[in-house]
Write a protein that binds this ligand. Structure first.
Ligand SMILES: [Ca+2]
Length: 195
């Protein structure tokens, strides 16, 4: 009986934890018009409104087989701000998946998009690159920032002279500190035992 009560209590605790502390966010911009800051096309972010603004650049209704494209010169850049979970315990970290669809006519040789983050990232890697039928690259970058910030900023730049950006989407996950992970796996263990 005690065990069942403990499991029920833990279940309630974990559920309220999950609702009170959503650990993921998602945001996407596809630039269907020239608004600056750009209009959000998709968003799941309970912590605030993410923003994407351009220092300079020209919006094009279409370019080289893509609709709604920003042309950014090497003197400009894209500035993205993502409000996020306030879990800033020192042992938690942030995993960011940044997907950018772009064309860079001056650099067709697989050079990665220059990305700067604040706070500074611990690691950044090109996880996937797909070349679409219109010649645009769809790059997926995996970025880790540690400890987990309650807000992160990402700046993107052109590789050489100009870059044409068709779409940007960003998913983030706050990976909780080990104590929370232990609690979560303890919950799973208790639930398995109960069955
Ligand atoms: Ca577009």
């Amino acid at each position: 009986m005690k065990k069942i009560v403990a499991v029920a209590l833990l279940g309630t605790l974990l559920c309220s934890f999950a609702y009170a502390n959503q650990l993921t966010t998602y945001q996407k911009w596809s630039f269907s018009n020239g608004s600056n800051p750009a209009v959000l096309d998709e968003v799941d972010n309970p912590f605030g409104t993410p923003t994407l603004s351009l220092c300079s650049g020209i919006w094009l209704q279409s370019y080289s087989g893509a609709m709604g494209v920003w042309r950014i010169l090497s003197t400009g850049g894209v500035n993205i701000a993502i409000p996020n979970t306030t879990d800033n315990s020192p042992d938690s970290w942030k995993e960011i998946t940044l997907q950018i669809t772009y064309r860079d006519p001056g650099s067709e040789f697989g050079v990665d998009v220059p990305i700067v983050s604040y706070p500074l990232y611990e690691s950044l890697a090109l996880a996937d690159r797909q070349i679409q039928s219109n010649g645009y690259y769809k790059d997926t970058y995996s970025i880790i920032i540690s400890p987990n910030p309650s807000e992160e900023f990402l700046d993107l730049y052109s590789i050489q002279y100009a870059i044409y950006i068709d779409e940007i989407s960003i998913g983030t996950v706050c990976v909780p500190e080990p104590a929370t992970m232990a609690l979560l796996s303890l919950g799973g263990l208790l639930l398995r035992k109960k069955r």
